[in-house]
Design a protein around this ligand. Sequence first.
Ligand code: BGC
Length: 943
Amino acid sequence: MRSSYEKLLATIALLSAVTDVSAQTNSTTVGSGPSAAGPTWEQTDYDSSPPVYPSPNATGQGWQAAFQQASNFVSQLTLEEKAQLVTGAPGPCVGNIGPIYRLGFDGLCLQDGPLAIREATYASVFPAGLTVAASFDRDLARTRGVDMAQEFKGKGAHVALGPVAGPLGRSGYGGRGWEGFSPDPFLTGELFAETIEGMQSAGIQACAKHYIGNEQETQRNPSVTKAGETIEAVSSNVDDRTMHELYLWPFQNAVKSGVASVMCSYNRINGSYGCQNSKTLNGLLKDELGFQGYVMSDWEATHSGYPAADAGLDMDMPGGIGFVTQLPTYFGPNITAAVNNGTLAEDRLDDMCRRIMSPYFLLQQNSASYPRVDASSSGLNFFPEANYAFNYTLGPANVDVRDDHAQAIRELGAAGTVLLKNLNNTLPLKTPSNIGIFGNDAGEPTDGLYFDGDGDLGNVGFEFGVLPSGGGSGTGRFTYVVSPLEAIKNKVNSYNPKALVQYVLNNTLVNQASGYSILAPVPPEVCIVFLKTWATEGYDRPSLLVDWNGTALVETVAKSCPNTVVVTHSGGLNVMPFADNPNVTAILAAHYPGEQVGNSLVDLLWGDVNPSGKLPYTIAYNESDYSFAPIENSTALLTTTDPNAWQSNFEERLLIDYRHFDYFDEPVQYEFGYGLSYTTFSMSNLAVTATGSGYTALPAKQAIAPGGNPALWDVLYTATVTVSNTGSVAGAAVPQLYLGLPQPVNEDYTPVKVLRGFEKITLQPGASQTVTFSLTRRDISYWDRYTQQWTIGTSAIGVMAGYSSREIWLNTTVTPLSGSSGSGSGYGSGSASMAPPGYSNKTSSAGMSMPASMSSGMSTVVSGSMIPASATVPASYMSGSSSMMASMSATTTVPAAYSATTAASPSGHGPGAPGCSDVPGPWQHAGNNNWGHGGPPTQSGWA
Ligand code: BGC
C-alpha cells in the first residue's frame, strides 16, 4: 500500500514538478545581493559545468580489507548481475538493490531518513537536524546517530538516507532546511560528521545528501508544460570559491568521516543535473575529496544512462523511470547493453559495483546475524508487491526498535531549544497555580501521527496540534507525541494538583478576542503562547513569519497578559515582530524536537534543565532583510516555455546568514550563536599557539585520501580560553571561536568572520574550565579559484572568542606566513573592554559588545590590516600541475566511448541536450576580466 506522500512523490517525479512550481509565488527572480563592492554576476560564467572524465576509480583507501572483499565479490558477478547491483528495484524498502543469493548477498534495503527510520512501525522519531545544530553539542549529535542507526539496523535496513547538508540553508525560506543543520558550513560539517560516524559505528551505512546546491524546493525537478515541453529543473549557479567554502565544506567532512554513500540532488548545478554533473561528482567529490563510497541518485534524479555513469553516478534510485515499476529504467538492461556495445567501459561498471559493496563489507552487513527487513516495511512503502522482481527474504513484522531512546530524545530536544529572551528572570517558572495556554501548537496533533507532506498538508501543514517535525520524506512515523499541554499538565499536577491550566488552542478564536475572555480568573500568572511553522519537502516556505496568524496571537494575548511566554516549533528561522513587546517576557525557539516535544520543553520551563541551545542561524527584523539570497520563483517562471529559464544565481557568494549581516553591518534581532541561559558565563585568557613553524601558503602535496589532501586536516594552531560560570546555577556554555580571514587579492566578499570552533561544556556555579579549539589548515585558508588550492592568506588572521557571532569577549591575531603566532598576551585577562587596537567596542542590537571591525562592514575589511598591501599570485600557483588541474584541462578528459552514437540511452538528457552542459567541449570561461580585478587570465572551474 502506498502512502499518500509516496503517491505524491511518484506524481511529482512522473508528471512534472507542477506541485513544486505552483507552491511559491512570493519571491523575486532577481538576486538583490550586494552590488556596490562586489563583482558583477555574469550569467555566462556559471551556465556550464566543465567536463571531468574519466570517473576516478576507488582504491579502497581507508577501508582496504572491505575493498578487497568487494573486489572479490564483484569479480564473481555476471554482467547482468553487475547491472542489477547498480540499479534500484521495486521492493519492501524505499530503495532496494536486489539479492544475488548464489553469492550469499541478500540485497540492500535503503530507508529514509535524516531523523528516523520513516518507513517503520514502532520506531522513535528523533529531533531534526536543525535541533541538533541548535544544540551545538557534538556528543548528543553522535549519540543520536548511534541511536537512529540501531533502529535502522533493527529493522533490517542497510542504508539510512541521511544526514542532510544540502540544503545548507542559503535561504531561510527553503522547505528542507530543517532536515539539515545550519547555514554555517563549519557547524554543519562538524555535526554532519558526528552523525555519520555515530551511524556507521552502529553498523549502518550513512548517505550524505543532497549533493549539491539543493537550496530550494521550487522547481527542484523538471516540469512539463501543457504543450508537453520539458522545463528543466532550477540551476543553482555557484562560483568555485563559494562552492568550496560553503556548500562543499560539510561534504568534505563527510568524506573524511568515511561516509558510505552520497545522494546526488535533483537540481542542476551550473547548468548540469546533479546526477550527471561530472565536475561535482568526478571532479569535486571523487577526485578532489577522494570519496571511496558510491553516489546514488535522489529518487528520479537520474536523467540518462551511461552518460550519468560516466559522470560519476554509481547507483540509480529508485531504478524504474516509472518509479514503482522496474522497467523502463535508464540503468538495468541499458547498462548491460552499453557495456556490450562499448559505450560504457566495464571498468567503470566494476568500479561502481566495488564502491557499492565496500561499505557493505566494511560494516559487516554480510553477517548471517544481520537482521532481515521488517516485513511491515512492504506495506509502508510505495511499491506494489506485484511489481517485485525478486523474492526478498523478510524478517518478522513490527519489531519494536525504540529501546530507551526516548530519554536521549528528550535531552536533545531541550538542548536544541534556544532561550531568546528572558525579562526579569521570568523563566524558570516557580510554581504558578494559574497558567494560560494559547495556540494551535500546544495540543495533540489532530491529523494523525505521520506528517507525510501529501497533498492535504501541502505547504500549509495541519492546523491543530504541536509540530515536532516537518513533513515529506524527512519526517518520521510517530508512535506517540508528548504534547506541550499534556507535559505541562503533568508537571503542574506534580506540585499542585489543584492549580489551573486553562487553554484555548484555536488561534482564530483568540485573535477575535473572544478566546481570551473564556479564561477566568485572568490574567493567569503566566500565559504561554505556542506557535508553529510548517516546513516540508516539495515546497519552500511562503513566509518567515510563524503560521496560523501566530504573530497576531502573541500580540492579542500579550495585550491582556503582562507575563506572556512565547514558544515556537519551527522548521527554521522566524522573524518575530513581537520580540520587543514588553509584555512578551520570554521567548523560546524550540525548533523540531521530535516525539518528546512537550517533555523537552517542560524541562526547560521549570528549570530542571538549564537552556543551552544557540541559534544556528540569524533572526533579523524583517523578511525583506533576507532578500540577498532569494528563492528563485516568479509568475513568469511558472508559465515559462523556455526550458532553461530557471536559474538561481548565488550572487551573494559567501555572504549568507551572519556573514551577510556582519559584512553590511546590519542590525539583527538575534544573531547566529546567540542563546541565553539561567546562569551567566565569563571568558578570559585567549591564547593561540602554533603547533609548528615555517608554515607555507599551500598544503604539502600529499596523495589524496578521503577528505582531500590530508595536509588540509593538519592542526596548525590551538586556541584556548577559560570559561567560568559566574551565576548561581549549573549550566552549559557554548564558547565559540571565529576567525577574520584575510581578504585575498582578486576576490571579493570575504566574510568579516567565520565560525571555526565551538564546544559545549557544563559548569557548576563558580567553576572554570579551559576549552581548546583546534584550527586545521583548511580552517585558516581560503579557496583560491585560480590555483585550485586551499591557501593561507599572507596577512594577519583575526581570532575572536565569545558567546555568539556578535558577543566577542576576546580577540587576537595570528600571522601564519610570517612565522609569528599571536597569543592572548595583552588581551588575555580582559573582557572586550581590553580589546586590541582596531577592535574597539560597539554595542550591538542585542546589547552586547562587538569589535568595531565587525560592525563597520566592508570599509574596515578592505582598508584594515586584514588586507595584504600588495599580495600577488605566485607563479608556481599557475603551473597547473596538480591532478585536479590536469583532469580539468579541456583537452584531456573525454572518454572515447563517450562520443559513440550507438549507446543505449533512453534519455532525453544525454550529451547536448538542454540542461546537460557538462558534455565534452569547450568549457573555459572568458576569464575573469569582467571582475575588474586584473587577476590571472585563466582559471580552473567556475569563476
Ligand atoms: C527525497 C530524498 C529521499 C527520497 C526517498 C526524495 O524525494 O529528496 O531525500 O531520500 O525521496 O524517499
